[in-house]
Design a protein. Structure first.
Length: 352
């Protein structure tokens, strides 16, 4: 196996052996490395005020309440949805599942009804309203306002993460929910976005990565022949990242970070990573490798990362640690079982 950057050693060579040292020195250092080498730096101009308003009347869907919320700056508007279960009131506040969505209809993007039945609110952000998912992304949405100036400017994943943080600003004001119990999730590119925004915005309490692959939970090093690599993803979807990332397409071993360090930035908060047996492009072995390698940071907080004392078995959920993992039989996608396992995990976390 290729040598990997050490999570618990600073760039100047000091060993990190306490949670305080991690938070003071190494965590900010790794965050800066990801900003400069992978996802890009958010411009100062992006720190602009956003106002929120409810669009139209609250609707009833399957007996649950649905609100459409508009987020507006002086020159940008985007929307998102919030679903509330019947039991959610200002006296009985509920946890939230927040989802990065690449379509426009939440009911087609996630098992909304099942999530609500489990007693969670559900919030969905159509990220194309923040910046389009296309090679012309930099001409749309927040990029039109904030631009892409400066050193190692941000790509679309960072822009979508900015939008998610603005949704979190709104969720903190909703009387029916518990803003300290918001889990963020996404599938594929949405999973990459969820992991990055989870690292950047520590208000999120848990994270779900579904088949996030290269640039997400899977390590950039040690790719198999059927796996998406830095070279292939930046050649086809380079606008997701800062331009500098593509320089490592044939030399991932020179990157000063790898994706196990992205999972480590989640600590001590819980993360659930889902792979699939036939989704070789997303590199399930690399995703599992990241989960295993991130555990050292959780130990600084007296917590265990991934607990898996056997070779991984398909369709078995390993969720006794603070990092959880399962590998579903099948291809690139997600199932009701994936979500059920994740909600079992968040039930333990949020309701213990």
């Amino acid at each position: 196996m290729t040598a990997y950057p050490e999570i618990l050693k600073t760039c100047s060579g000091e060993t990190i052996d306490t949670a305080i040292a991690w938070e003071t020195y190494r965590r900010p250092e790794i965050l800066a490395l990801f900003s400069n080498f992978v996802y890009g730096n958010m411009p100062f101009a992006c720190q602009l005020p956003v106002c929120f308003s409810e669009e139209g009347e609250e609707r009833t869907v399957w007996g649950y309440r649905r609100r459409k919320i508009m987020a507006r700056t002086e020159t940008l508007a985007f929307f998102f949805y919030l679903y509330l279960p019947d039991e959610a009131t200002h006296r009985n506040r509920v946890p939230v599942v927040f989802y990065n969505m690449f379509g426009w209809e939440p009911e087609q993007a996630a098992p909304v009804q099942e999530i609500l039945k489990r007693g969670y609110a559900f919030c969905a952000l159509p990220v194309n309203g923040v910046a389009s998912d296309s090679p012309h992304s930099f001409e749309t949405g927040i990029f039109q306002i904030a631009g892409r100036n400066g050193i190692n400017p941000w790509g679309a994943i960072s822009a979508w993460a900015w939008g998610a943080s603005r949704v979190m600003d709104y969720l903190e004001t909703v009387r029916e929910i518990l803003p300290d119990k918001v889990a963020v999730g996404g599938h594929s590119r949405g999973g990459k976005t969820a992991l990055w925004e989870f690292a950047v915005d520590q208000r999120f309490a848990a994270c779900l990565s579904l088949n996030s692959g290269c640039g997400g939970a899977s390590t950039s090093r040690d790719k198999g022949p059927d796996c998406e690599s830095v070279a292939s993803i930046t050649a086809n979807l380079g606008y997701w990242f800062t331009e500098r990332f593509q320089n490592y397409g044939a030399k991932e071993y020179l990157l000063p970070v790898d994706q196990h360090m992205l999972l480590a930035l989640a600590a001590p908060r819980p993360v659930y990573v889902v792979s699939a047996t036939e989704d070789l492009w997303a590199d399930p072995d690399g995703e599992l490798r990241s989960c295993r390698m991130a555990g050292g940071v959780y130990a600084l907080y007296g917590r265990e990362g991934l607990i898996m004392n056997e070779p991984v078995k398909a369709d078995k959920s390993y969720q006794d640690g603070t990092i959880a993992y399962h590998r579903r039989t099948g291809g690139h996608g997600f199932t009701a079982a994936d979500w059920s396992y994740f909600l079992d995990f968040t039930d333990k976390i949020f309701r213990e």
